[in-house]
Design a protein around this ligand. Structure first.
Ligand SMILES: [Zn+2]
Length: 260
């Protein structure tokens, strides 16, 4: 975030976008922790006492001042807070009230249904911060693309983030050629990623390294398919209005690795 973006956000925060639930101050969500770069050389600092949350709902003005890169930076900061155990406390009821009359999310995520990969928690986000489409194997289809077109072109989100994860059951199922009802056609969408993955060694679902390698390829192919199958999204990207990025969440470390 640039100096001027920081100043603008400070002005917005002090003027209009706080819903204060106590006298203590701890800005929450995408707007928070603008300068909270983790110091990798020091252990995480744990707050001395629980903070009373002060909720910041993302306003249109604040969201519109963000850039795709500054949004990615905030997601990285949120993931650092998550994995260092110093998440900002939240008041979900206050957030619900603050966002009831409108929403101005900064990003649209496409992530897996896996119960261990909830993006809002991994990025220490709150209500109104991001749209999140979830489908097994984070594949795209016409309904997902329609959702993305709504969230970007119409609702103003500036980042499309496709997030896969390690040990993905959908990817393993596709490798194992599993068949079940409607799941069969979903897993078929992951097959191209299996073929496209260069990997020497055991190319079966029993090999976690191969499953993860396919999951990474699947993120790249999903992004390519989004560009190919949605002119709306592709045009927004070409115009520089939005950015499309990939991310890979490691279940074991809690870390999200970005490809942009
Ligand atoms: Zn999964």
């Amino acid at each position: 975030m640039t100096e001027s973006e920081n100043r603008n956000l400070d002005r917005l925060l002090s003027r209009r976008s706080f819903v204060t639930t106590s006298t203590a101050a701890a800005a929450i969500g995408l707007l928070s922790a603008c300068n909270s770069k983790a110091d990798e050389t020091k252990p995480a600092e744990i707050p001395a006492a629980p903070q009373e949350p002060v909720i910041v709902a993302l306003t249109k003005e604040a969201r519109d001042q963000m850039t795709p890169d500054s949004i990615i930076a905030k997601l990285k900061d949120g993931n650092t807070r998550f994995r260092e155990g110093r998440k900002i406390p939240r008041d979900f009821l206050a957030e619900q009230r603050a966002t009831a009359s409108g929403q101005y999310p900064a990003a649209v995520l496409l992530s897996c249904v896996d119960s261990r990969a909830p993006a809002e928690i991994l990025f220490n986000l709150g209500m109104g911060d991001v749209f999140n489409a979830r489908v097994a194997g984070n594949i795209e289809n016409p309904d997902i693309l329609g959702s993305m077109e709504f969230t970007t072109q119409l609702a103003g989100a500036k980042l499309v983030l496709v997030m896969g994860h390690s040990a993905c059951g959908a990817v393993a199922g596709a490798i194992a050629n599993a068949k079940l009802g409607n799941l069969t056609q979903l897993l078929a969408k992951i097959q191209p990623a299996i073929k496209a993955t260069k990997f020497d060694g055991d190319r079966t679902a029993n090999n976690p390294e191969f499953v993860d390698a396919v999951a990474r390829t699947n993120i790249d192919l999903t992004i390519a398919n989004i560009r190919k199958n949605s002119k709306v999204i592709a045009d927004l990207e070409k115009a520089g209005t939005i950015k499309i990025a990939g991310a890979f969440y490691d279940l074991k470390t809690g870390a999200v690795e970005f490809s942009a």
